[in-house]
Design a protein around this ligand. Structure first.
Ligand code: PLP
Length: 393
């Protein structure tokens, strides 16, 4: 496969897929690959979900775009659906996760500006990933993503993920903090969960409330049913002021969203933010169709059941090697011993097992199968991974 005209921003695997259905991807010659990655947590309803496909086809034949200079019926409907699912007051539609996060970080600055702060700072986490725009990559921890971009580091204070004492310490050290921005489970950073699970979010919210900081959650990866709730924070009693999401929001159609409530509700006004493509009739109708499937199909319960089955089965099959698991729903990290050579794992899984996986945080296999994966497919994920790992561990 030649990529001569494409900038080399990705180390692409030597394969391309021409069609997909449910949990399966196919090459031109119809070879099936079991997809336990779903476009990096994007196609949560599986590839080419019939209801989403129908919504795209109907809307493409009706109206694609008018701009945000006019009322957009489907945007209103998608907004109501999403805010209802998220328990938020209002939404700004963007086109990607990074854009949604850019909106969130701009909200934090406006919040600080309204308070008269000269040098506002946002608390972010070690191992975080928030996107590739200049501000979102500055909030990101990964040195590879940041190198060479003159990141805006003075805007952020970085603390260890899961460490509430570190937050309390910076609250004492700085008087110009305006917000805290965190992923409920860190995806790119290694499927990291806090030691006390989602209770961590409640502790974070308590700190934010105590200091009048915006409590902002990046649910770009964890949102839209991925962890078994519509949004991961709903596993806890916490509720953010600002909530971003993307990935599963469009099941493969590019769309992002930044939602607000409470303290963050009235920060943006006409002219303070915008996007030509944000919330087109097509994108909004897709968001609405994904919402319909998520709320009317038992699919999130399936994600909990199958995610647990995959995790338990792998840990039990590989227990002699000290393999453990973390995550929630179909956001799964299989933690291999640190000494494991994972360099060829993705290639071997693909070529030898016809299984699509990802490795993150150096020795963690990241599995992001569709939320509606069937039991016989979950069994195959487990069997193929066990066959792959047994000779390597
Ligand atoms: C938690 C999180 N935030 C933001 C992003 C960036 O999203 P996008 O690539 O759609 O800009 C990602 C992408 O992996 C992510 O996982």
């Amino acid at each position: 496969m030649s990529a001569t005209y494409l900038m080399p921003t990705y180390n692409r695997q030597p394969i391309s897929f021409t069609h997909g259905s449910g949990s399966w991807l196919y090459t031109k010659d119809d070879t099936p690959y079991l997809d336990a990655l779903t476009g990096i947590a994007v196609c949560g309803l599986g590839h080419c979900h019939p209801q989403v496909t129908e919504a795209i086809q109907q809307q493409a034949a009706t109206l694609l775009h008018t701009s945000n200079l006019f009322g957009i019926d489907w945007q209103e409907r998608a907004g109501e659906a999403l805010c209802t699912a998220a328990q938020m007051d209002s939404v700004f539609f963007a086109n990607s996760g990074a854009e949604a996060n850019e909106a969130a970080l701009k909200l934090a600055r406006l919040y600080a500006y309204n308070k008269g702060f000269k040098r506002p700072r946002v608390i972010v986490m070690e191992q975080s990933f928030h996107g590739r725009t200049l501000l979102s990559v500055s909030a990101t921890a990964n040195p590879k993503a940041r190198e060479g971009f003159f990141t805006l580091d003075d805007d952020f204070i970085r603390v260890p993920f899961g460490d509430i004492a570190a937050i309390r310490q910076v609250a004492q050290d700085y008087d110009d903090i305006c917000a805290l921005f965190v992923e409920p489970i860190q995806g790119e950073g290694g499927v990291n969960t806090a030691n006390n699970g989602f209770t961590y979010l409640e502790e974070l919210q308590a700190e934010c409330d105590a200091h009048d900081w915006l409590f902002m959650l990046d649910e770009v990866q964890t949102g839209n049913g991925r962890t078994g709730k519509y949004f991961a924070y709903q596993h806890s009693d916490a509720c953010p002021d600002v909530l971003t999401t993307a990935k599963g929001l469009g099941n493969g159609f590019p769309v992002g969203a930044c939602m607000v409530r409470g303290r963050a509700k009235d920060l943006f006004s006409a002219g303070s933010h915008g996007s030509t493509y944000g919330g087109t009739p097509l994108a909004s109708r897709v968001v609405h169709s994904v919402y319909d499937v998520l709320t009317n199909s038992g699919i999130m319960e399936n994600a909990v059941r199958e995610g647990q089955f995959i995790r338990d089965s792998l840990v039990s099959e590989l227990q002699q090697y000290g393999v453990s698991s973390r995550g929630a729903g179909t956001m799964i990290g299989i933690v291999l011993p640190e000494t494991t050579d994972c360099s060829a794992l993705v290639d071997k899984a693909r070529d030898e097992q016809k299984l699509i996986i990802n490795v993150t945080g150096s020795h963690v296999i990241r599995l992001l199968p569709p939320l509606n994966i069937r039991r016989e497919e979950s069994i195959q994920v487990v069997e193929r991974l066990v066959d792959l790992l047994n000779p390597l561990l």
